[in-house]
Write a protein that binds this ligand. Structure first.
Ligand code: AP5
Length: 210
């Protein structure tokens, strides 16, 4: 099954992607994670993307489209994949069509803006393996280090409240039009993402099984 997870920054796409990976045994592809990894490794892509990420802006379409084009050719995508954070603009969605990629379902996780701000200000991520936690909703065992690899937990630079507001503005302006784009194609499944993680997970899995 080829899936897209749509939703505002902090709606819980990454959290639900982890669950679907285990449920369907298909890979999750997060353009955000790929770009952050390039930043850590100081590759050409990372250096190009840094200023956009730090400002809460989108990385140019041609850059992320090239990333996805290459990633989808890998063997583990043969039986399906979950796109987390791509597409984020109508030209990116059109690029998927142009690649001949058939999307089965688009799951749109809806959460109000006010909730997003508290979720992202409490998020902590592992500086080495990128595992994601939340100080209230999903704390690590000691609150300071990663349960998986023991490295330090940090706050993502773009989770600062001012940058979150800009990311939300960009989301409403450039990504929200994709809701209509996929609704018109009969692919859209809306999931209420306001409540606990387990509640969103139930609705997400139900949408996949529908
Ligand atoms: P990216 O990493 O994709 O950021 P995002 O979409 O803003 O997604 P987030 O990781 O912030 O949120 P999420 O929805 O995955 O939420 P999560 O599950 O972590 O992109 C970063 C940047 O890269 C972009 O700003 C852009 O510059 C660039 N970029 C990436 N893709 C691009 C593209 N296609 N085109 C152009 N530029 C691109 O949850 C958030 C927190 O809430 C966590 O702490 C979690 O534990 C907690 N939580 C989750 N669900 C719940 C719940 N139900 N109740 C309580 N807490 C919850």
């Amino acid at each position: 099954m080829n899936l897209i997870l749509l939703g505002a920054p902090g709606a819980g796409k990454g959290t639900q992607a982890e669950v679907i990976v285990n449920h369907l045994s298909i890979p999750a592809i997060s353009t955000g994670n790929i770009i952050r990894e390039s930043l850590r490794n100081e590759t050409e892509l990372g250096l190009k993307a840094k200023k956009y990420i730090d400002e809460g802006a989108l990385v140019p379409d041609e850059v992320v489209i090239a990333i996805i084009k290459e990633r989808l050719l890998e063997d583990d995508c043969k039986n399906g994949f979950i796109l987390d954070g791509f597409p984020r603009t109508v030209p990116q969605a059109e690029a998927l069509d142009a690649m001949g990629v058939v999307i089965d379902k688009v799951i749109d996780i809806e959460v109000e803006d006010e909730k997003i701000i508290s979720r992202l200000s409490g998020r902590r991520v592992c500086k080495d393996c990128s595992a994601s936690y939340h100080i209230d909703y999903k704390p690590s065992k000691d609150g300071k280090t990663c349960d998986l690899c023991g490295a330090e937990l940090i706050c993502r630079k773009d989770d600062h409240p001012d940058t979150v507001l800009e990311r939300l503005r960009v989301y409403h302006d450039q990504t929200e039009p994709l809701i209509k784009f996929y609704k018109d194609r009969g692919k859209l499944f809306v999931v209420h993402g306001q409540e606990k993680v387990e509640d969103t997970t139930k609705l997400t899995l139900a949408a996949i099984e529908e």
